[in-house]
Write a protein that binds this ligand. Structure first.
Ligand code: GCB
Length: 609
């Protein structure tokens, strides 16, 4: 499943794309007999023939769309299916692919009763060539089994235990991370075609050569069967500007690797650092196997920029950057983690309205459709894998953790917006195993991509940390005035400065504050400021801003990210009132007083750049 490329499905002269989104059939596995569906082979018939099904939207989490608590809180397997037609016309020299943007947490997929895909870790796309099992010119069925159980060897980790209920023993899921374990088919499902010899993957690296111009290095891999006697396919590339004008035509002399020189390139700049941030070219790749009359065309958006870093700073196109952003979540009412186009456009507009230039994909990879906005708008992304609150290090966990990063890098390697890889959030970095574990993770990432710095969101103190030496940039999470010294906003300034300095002193790396904040109930006003009120959130921020401004004069402090962009749902606990309320926007994206306060700062910071 996880070998080869994972290019986003795209229509072209040689490719067709159909959406399988919509209303699917759905049913739970009985909690008392979770494997029934496998034993009775539910994937070999229509799900509705196995028992009662209900309509379920795709994409969406299944948890919040019904009136049934048993569905919201279900632990274990659920089943989905739907039917679709494959046109007769696709039989001619086409391969048919099935691609899921994300199914959380683990999934098995059958087409017409044949197992075609298995995937684990959620949040990342996976696909298969299903040509040999589809019926052309006929009705087909796709069945999906989804398991939301998190164990000590899943990424992220969780615990399953038993609980005695009024109706007997049930299993119950717990986890220490602070967001709801939404599950289901979270992102779009596509059926698409390629020619039988096709562009499998494209990798680009961009560089700037002094004043003479820019270069785009590319590497193309192809898939499909060629007869032993035939020559490999020929590859040609074109470069188009944002308006669709050809800048370079027919380059590459047929070869799969090459280098384009772009004499007066428009560089990809972060938001508000240039009048046209996020400038994207299109690399048009044409692969042809002439003796078979086959041509495949794929258009990859490309931004030209460089990333460099040293002990004190990160530079884009040679200029130091200061990050002003957020931690975020994929989270909303009703949909949970399901992709919603209205929501992603709104979020993009809010990010620009606030004047932020960055965010971290806390605590897992976000949808490709969201990342596309970051590319086009010049938003800097700290791209995080799904490892959160790691404890109990083990070889099995390490393999899965590395796999999540392989999949993430494979998906996002060409995105100019991705400036950092974040390899974990709030791992137990004080434990003795943390050193070798994170060395292995960081080495793995550097082998796959040495062009971007590696970071991690650290929560243990700098004194006890055993992992910072493996990172390029230190990010720390600290809730001064909230989890510690609650109510004492007069402790924030000095503590923030002292902690940032201690990280830099220990590791001699650039340092940023990756999380800080306070839970705030929108509409609660208490003055003088008092915890949970809008006034308190603003006061906490104001004290942090003073500390950040002082730190910025010391030469190693590279950014601030408030926790969180918006309120979000969590597991049920006694410290969360309807979820985590540290958003500067409410869950339905209305500003708290803090949003206006942050906006004044971020626009002012942008003006200084
Ligand atoms: C953290 C975590 C984040 C939580 C946040 C909080 O340090 O990284 O996932 O939501 O604190 O609000 O407690």
């Amino acid at each position: 499943t996880n070998t080869g490329g994972i290019l986003y499905p795209q229509e072209s002269e040689s490719r067709d794309v159909r959406s399988l989104d919509g209303i699917w059939n759905f049913r739970l596995s009985p909690e008392t007999d979770p494997l029934t569906g496998f034993r009775e082979r539910w994937f070999q018939k229509d799900l509705s023939q196995t028992g009662e099904t209900i309509p379920m939207p795709v994409p969406a989490s299944y948890n919040d769309v019904t009136q049934d608590k048993a569905i919201r809180d279900h632990v274990g397997l659920v089943w989905y299916d739907r039917t679709f037609y494959v046109p007769e016309a696709w039989r001619q020299s086409s391969l048919v692919w099935l691609r899921f943007g994300s199914v959380h947490y683990a999934a098995q997929i059958w087409v017409n009763g044949h197992l075609v895909l298995s995937h684990e870790i959620g949040h990342l796309p996976f696909q298969a060539d299903i040509t040999s099992v589809v019926k052309f010119g006929a009705k087909n069925r796709v069945t999906v089994a989804v398991d939301n159980i998190l164990l000590q060897t899943s990424v992220p980790q969780g615990h399953v235990s038993e609980v005695t209920t009024d109706n007997g023993t049930r299993i119950t899921q717990s986890y220490t991370f602070d967001f709801f374990n939404y599950a289901g088919i979270h992102r779009p499902v596509y059926l698409y075609t390629t020619p039988s010899i096709y562009i499998d993957d494209i990798s680009v690296h961009t560089g700037v050569r002094g004043d003479t111009g820019s270069i785009i290095k590319y590497n193309i891999t192809y898939g499909g069967l060629l007869r032993a006697t035939s020559q490999g396919p020929a590859c040609y590339v074109d470069l188009l500007d944002r308006d669709g004008n050809y800048i370079i035509r027919d380059a590459g002399s047929g070869r799969l690797q090459g280098e384009l020189e772009v004499p007066v390139a428009r560089l990809w700049w972060p938001y508000l650092m240039d009048s046209e941030p996020g400038y994207m070219y299109t690399l048009q790749v044409r692969l042809s196997a002439q003796q078979w009359g086959i041509e495949d065309i794929y258009r990859l958006p490309v931004g030209i920029r460089t990333v460099e870093w040293n002990n004190t700073s990160i530079l884009i196109n040679g200029r130091p950057i200061y990050l002003r952003g957020f931690g975020r979540h994929e989270d909303s009412d009703l949909r949970g983690k399901g992709l919603d186009y209205a929501l992603i456009v709104k979020d993009n507009n809010l990010i620009k309205w606030v004047g932020a230039n960055s965010y971290r994909t806390s605590h897992y990879p976000y949808a490709e459709e969201i990342m596309d906005f970051a590319d086009r708008e010049g938003i800097i992304v700290i791209d995080e894998c799904p490892s959160v609150d790691t404890e109990n290090y083990s070889p099995a966990l390490l393999e899965k953790h590395k796999d999540s990063l392989s999949q993430l890098i494979r998906r996002d390697k060409n995105r100019p917006s991705v400036i950092f890889w974040s390899i974990a959030n709030e791992a137990r970095t004080h434990l003795s195993d943390a050193d070798s574990y994170f060395r292995a993770v960081a080495d793995h990432v550097r082998r796959l991509d040495s062009t971007r710095p590696i970071t991690m969101a650290l929560a243990r103190g700098s004194g006890e940390d055993r992992t910072g030496q493996h990172l390029d940039v230190i990010g720390f999470n600290r809730y001064n005035g909230w989890y510690s010294n609650t109510g004492r906003t007069d402790t924030i300034h000095n503590n923030v400065i002292a902690e940032a300095a201690s990280w830099h002193h220990k590791y001699n790396k650039p340092v940023m504050m990756m999380e800080y904040g306070a839970d705030t109930l929108a509409g609660l006003h208490l003055y003088p400021d008092y915890v949970w009120s809008e006034e308190y959130q603003v006061e906490i921020m104001a004290r942090h801003f003073e500390a950040f401004d002082k730190l910025r004069t010391q030469g190693f402090f590279v950014g601030e990210m408030i926790w969180n962009f918006a309120d979000f749902k969590t597991a049920q606990t006694i410290t969360r009132v309807g979820g985590n309320k540290k958003g500067i926007f409410t869950r339905n994206r209305q500003p708290k007083a803090s949003a206006h306060h942050l906006r004044r700062r971020y626009w002012a910071l942008a003006g200084e750049l």
